[in-house]
Design a protein around this ligand. Structure first.
Ligand code: FAD
Length: 409
């Protein structure tokens, strides 16, 4: 990476803020969307436009692999596989990273507040991802989650501890794990916990946990193709996961969940994987919002009324103009959107017309334990070990490309 001074940046006393001879394009969030947007824009502008990438953590989290709880439990605090230093994922030209928390976005003044300091922008990429959605379910916030690395690590450590102590449970009892959320995240987490070889990790006297997946009122793996869903259902069954369908969790009290209709479920380890929504800072912006407070962007990914501001990734809601379906909240979509946002920021500078975003899904693979998966790729349903192999190849390719400073393919 070229030094800040060589790029025309002059560091102020605050580490979070950059004063520059040219007001930078600021990219908020160094996840899938932000890293790709910053790197693509830097490539197009050949490093001549200052780009400031802001994130609260100095690592790029490979979030799509946070369901790997067995591996996380095994690795302890060595999380290099899931957390790549940001300096390694940003390209060589023009991108400067600043660690800091984005606290406010002032769209009228074109200024963001980062860790208490004001940073003006000439163009803005809003790529701040999401936070867990609790839908007003009392007590749900006390459950574990895998949406952030810190949460996944806490869950992995709790599982490790509980399994290590499981041999002391009364005869016939096992650690009861309940995962709430029948989408791909909950499914991957449940299958992973059920198929991890805990005896190898914590000792031969440990007992495998019992795992229940509470899908709620939405159908299991809602929105995914029928063939994929059927294979996933069978593989979960083979892994010993009990799937509870049709009942929402209405409350969590200590180690008990209440279900709609009056049922109760006791648990030792509860995981909330029931969905996500826009961060409060995004919800507070005076612009149109979609479900869960996501930014309702124009087809060009611009915020309505703010042509130099682009929303990218999980933080936005957008319909595919061809099918009318919502574009999924996936890393795959985030990276594709980031490419178009970078192109449009570039075109905007040259006064050229902007491109609409069109999403072409490459495929979808859901992990179903340590060696199995089910997916739909190029209109073909795949399952079992070949699907798991393909998923691990895609993940390895992502990590390799990201670390090359190109911010994923
Ligand atoms: C367990 C799991 C498995 C998944 N598997 C897949 C999969 O197989 N395929 C797929 O395509 N998608 C998958 N996804 C979804 C995918 O991870 C998301 O769609 C993707 O992360 C969205 O990218 P993003 O850049 O919008 O957000 P993120 O990757 O979440 O990045 C947001 C960034 O913003 C930063 N940030 C947030 N708020 C602030 C703030 N106030 N100040 C500073 N920084 C901030 C965060 O630190 C983070 O770096 C999975 C998700 C999970 C949780």
């Amino acid at each position: 990476m070229v030094s800040a001074r060589a790029q025309g940046f002059f560091l102020s006393r605050s580490p979070a803020v950059v004063a520059t001879s040219e007001t930078p394009v600021v990219v908020l969030g160094a996840g899938y969307a932000g890293v790709k947007l910053a790197n693509e824009l830097s490539r197009k502008t050949d490093g001549h436009v200052p780009i400031l990438l802001v994130d609260r953590h100095p690592v790029h989290v490979v979030r799509t692999e946070l369901y790997e709880l067995g591996q996380l439990a095994e690795k302890g605090s060595d999380v290099r596989k899931w957390a790549i230093p940001i300096q390694r994922v940003i390209g060589r030209r023009g991108v400067v990273y600043r660690e800091g928390t984005v606290e406010a976005i002032d769209l009228d003044r074109s200024v963001v507040t980062v860790s208490g300091e004001q940073q003006p922008y000439s163009g803005l990429g809003v790529c701040l991802g999401n936070v867990p959605a609790y839908y007003g379910v009392a007590g749900a916030e006390s459950l574990y989650q895998v949406y952030r690395l810190s949460g996944a690590m806490r869950l992995a450590h709790a599982l490790h501890r509980a399994e290590a102590d499981s041999s002391a449970l009364p005869a016939g009892e096992r650690v009861r794990v309940v995962v709430v959320g029948g989408g791909s995240t909950g499914t991957e987490v449940a299958a992973e916990i059920a198929t991890t070889d805990w005896r190898r990790l914590v000792g031969s006297s440990s007992r495998p946990p019992s795992v229940t997946l509470v899908c709620g009122a939405l159908p299991f793996l809602s929105g995914l193709s029928g063939g994929l869903v059927e294979h996933a259902r069978r593989l979960l069954h083979d892994a010993g996961v009990v799937v509870d369908e049709g009942r929402n969790v209405t409350g969590v009290q200590g180690s008990e969940m209440t279900l709609a209709g009056g049922g109760r479920l006791r648990f030792d380890i509860g995981v909330w994987a029931a969905g996500v929504e826009a961060p409060p800072l995004i919800r507070a912006l005076p612009v149109p919002h979609g479900h869960g407070g996501r930014l309702a962007v124009e087809p060009t990914l611009q915020l309505p009324g703010h042509p130099s501001v682009f929303g990218v990734g999980d933080v936005i809601e957008m319909k595919d103009p061809r099918s009318g379906a919502l574009i999924p909240q996936t890393a795959q979509a985030a990276v594709a959107e980031a490419r178009v946002a970078a192109e449009n920021l570039w075109r905007l500078r040259g006064g050229r017309s902007l491109l609409p975003f069109e999403f072409h899904q490459r495929g979808m693979i859901v992990s179903l334990g340590r060696t199995k998966a089910a997916g739909r790729v190029a209109r073909v349903t795949i399952w079992g070990s070949p699907a798991a192999l393909l998923k691990s190849l895609v993940e390895a390719e992502y990590r390799a490309t990201a670390q090359s400073g190109r911010g994923a393919s």
